[in-house]
Design a protein around this ligand. Structure first.
Ligand SMILES: *[C@@H]1O[C@H](CO)[C@@H](O)[C@H](O)[C@H]1NC(C)=O
Ligand SMILES: *[C@@H]1O[C@H](CO)[C@@H](O)[C@H](O)[C@H]1NC(C)=O
Ligand SMILES: *[C@@H]1O[C@H](CO)[C@@H](O)[C@H](O)[C@H]1NC(C)=O
Length: 610
């Protein structure tokens, strides 16, 4: 063992070979000092559910909240102080765009860095999201999430919260779509999503969007089966029994799905899992928030000495707005506002732990929402969905800004300049290559990745984002295209189709839970509706070919980009097809003997995993 008493000695001994790496290795001999490798930051990615861009103080919401000081209420603070603080210490993106305006496809694109249509996670039917834990659709096992690459790079990876990317393919426990099969080492949360049914309110969310189609299909199939059986027995037409039996099974499944959507959703969909095990079926909503927070915090504490990736996929602020008693009735915006304040508090708790463990400068923190706030969510007169600020439309509307423009905040002190605001178009898909590169990995070369690494833009090394065109899908239907014309700095957006608002004034689609993407419920535009978002971010004044001299040029350029984009798409299995998105009893995750599925985690099993 050599000890270096003076600077000279050590220089002589090591000469030029003395490098950061050696310092790093020596520091690592002492575990306390061996914090994460600076070139391999930790990642804390926080994704809110259904949060509108206009809900946050740092995006212009001026609602203040009541703060109690010395027993007196004073109103001073923004109601989202923790998220605002992140923006103050980091970079705030003002044109951060989700690849879809509903959960399942938007989250698929976030995890894979690819438009959801590439992984088969975009729907060609009215059902744009997965409807069951017990359906066979989900994120295909051959998609590579950033979690998988980080796991390969030696990261400890976890998902706490909502998944909504499917569970099983063929059997009840194959877990082919499960987070643990997609690169996460640890999972605690909901394999599905919060829906009103979880709370047992009288306002069923899933049943409402299912009942008409399921019941109609069931009736049609029963009629067809009876006709065929009659025809076969009476020798009227030759049909194989095989076909009749297949059809009958199909009818039975449809009937079961319809039947299950009444009253059983809570047992089938509202469950909590830890890794491969169900811990609560149905879940106890009162305890979910503190439990999730505890899981996230414990994960950080368990992994503070090694690089980690923690994806906190919040259940907030999706209906039914589970809010703990402490936050009920606190805000100026009713049930929804309370939930927003609680979400901000949760973010604050996570930041506290990062600070406390001295991980602040070595942790890349990202906060965003999966898509815009829901205009349709309300009970009576009170709005239960998010506020999309000056932007038109909301959740479910793949083209309008309100559905896809979301908050996007990144903080990494010492690397990213504090208090920066970037107006360039960026995408949730950009997180994929950004995270992968920073972790020392490389993105898959055998497929198209649509995201662009954000680091040069965030750190100020370049002025423009990598996105010249962005394609705004509603299901598999291309509704709009955005063009960032770099020479002029203009952002153009052309809409080929827009949802029909009912009524137009409220900006909401009342027809179904979520705006449809095709059929009678959308208006097709030829020529397309063109907006200059740089001047008209609210998309209030479509430009006409007569008034806008560049109309033809812009439309031709966008048309060409669409053509080129189409060439990069290839057919893949449809994960949201009717067959893949129907309830299959044999795929239903169940903690007991199916169909007797209920269980509760009584004792504090959590402690055993520390
Ligand atoms: C702030 O958000 C609430 C909903 O969360 C909304 O009702 C209110 O209009 C927003 N205020 C501004 C100024 O955007
Ligand atoms: C963290 O980064 C900030 C900003 O560069 C710097 O002022 C601070 O000293 C750093 N803290 C540590 C512990 O390195
Ligand atoms: C995944 O497999 C499907 C076929 O099952 C194929 O169509 C698709 O291209 C594959 N995706 C990737 C990224 O390899």
């Amino acid at each position: 063992m050599y000890l270096f008493h003076t600077r000279e000695n050590y220089k002589v001994y090591h000469g030029k070979q003395w490098s950061c790496l050696n310092i790093w290795l020596i520091l690592c001999l002492f575990p306390r000092t061996c914090v994460s490798n600076p070139s391999k930051p930790n990642f804390l990615l926080i994704l809110a559910d259904d949060l509108g861009i206009g809900d946050l103080g740092c995006y212009g919401n001026d609602t203040i909240r009541n703060v109690r000081i010395h027993g007196k209420f004073i109103s001073k603070e923004s109601r989202t102080p923790n998220i605002d603080g992140l923006a103050k210490e980091g970079v705030r993106l003002t044109q951060h765009i989700a690849a879809a305006a509903v959960c399942t496809p938007s989250r698929a694109s976030f995890l894979t860095g690819r438009y959801p249509i590439r992984s088969g996670m975009a729907s060609s039917t009215q059902r744009q999201i997965l409807f069951w834990n017990g359906c066979s659709g989900g994120l295909p096992p051959n998609e590579t999430t950033f979690a998988r690459i980080l796991h390969q790079q030696g990261y400890s990876t976890a998902l706490v919260g909502k998944w909504h990317m499917g569970v099983n393919c063929k059997t009840r426990r194959d877990h082919c779509h499960h987070p643990l099969n997609h690169g996460f080492d640890y999972f605690y949360g909901m394999p599905f999503t919060l829906v009103n049914e979880c709370q047992g309110t009288d306002d069923p969310e899933l049943a409402k969007s299912l009942q008409d189609t399921y019941w109609l299909h069931t009736q049609m199939i029963i009629l067809a089966v009876f006709t065929l059986v009659f025809g076969k027995l009476a020798n009227l037409f030759p049909v194989k029994w095989k076909i009749i039996i297949c059809l009958a099974i199909c009818g039975l499944l449809h009937f079961l799905s319809w039947f299950s959507s009444y009253g059983f959703t809570k047992y089938w969909n509202c469950i909590l899992m830890r890794n491969h095990d169900i811990t609560e079926q149905p879940m106890n909503l009162d305890k979910t928030t503190p439990k999730m927070l505890k899981e996230a915090i414990m994960f950080i504490e368990r992994n503070k000495h090694r690089p980690f990736l923690l994806f906190v996929s919040l259940l907030h602020v999706h209906t039914p707005l589970i809010t703990t008693v402490k936050f009920q009735g606190r805000s100026r915006h009713g049930l929804y506002g309370d939930n927003v304040e609680e979400m901000d508090w949760m973010v604050g708790r996570l930041l506290e732990v990062i600070d406390k463990e001295s991980l602040k400068n070595t942790t890349f923190i990202y906060f965003a929402s999966d898509h815009g706030g829901s205009l349709e969510a309300h009970r009576g007169n009170s709005q239960l969905g998010g506020w999309n600020g000056i932007y038109k439309g909301g959740k479910g509307m793949g083209g309008w800004e309100g559905g896809i423009r979301v908050p996007g905040i990144v903080r990494w002190p010492g690397v990213l300049p504090a208090g920066t605001v970037i107006d360039e178009p960026t995408s949730l898909m950009d997180i994929y290559p950004t995270v992968v590169h920073l972790a020392g990995g490389s993105v898959p070369q055998d497929r198209v990745i649509d995201g662009h690494t954000l680091l040069p833009l965030l750190s100020g090394a370049v002025q423009h984002s990598g996105h010249e065109f962005m394609f705004h899908y509603c299901g598999v239907f291309l509704h709009a295209v955005r063009w960032h014309q770099k020479e002029s700095g203009n952002i153009w957006k052309a809409h080929y189709a827009t949802p029909v608002f009912q009524p137009e004034t409220s900006g909401a689609c009342f027809r179904r839970g979520i705006c449809p993407c095709f059929g009678d419920d959308v208006t097709h535009h030829d020529p397309p509706l063109l907006f200059n978002l740089s001047q008209d971010p609210s998309e209030g004044n479509p430009l006409s070919a007569d008034a806008e001299p560049l109309f033809g040029t812009v439309m031709r350029r966008i048309g060409k980009a669409v053509e080129e984009h189409h060439k990069t798409l290839s057919p893949v299995p449809q994960q949201l097809s009717p067959y893949n998105n129907i309830w299959k009893p044999w795929l239903q995750p169940c903690c007991g003997m199916f169909p007797f599925c209920w269980c509760h985690e009584e004792n504090n099993k959590e402690d055993s995993i520390v």
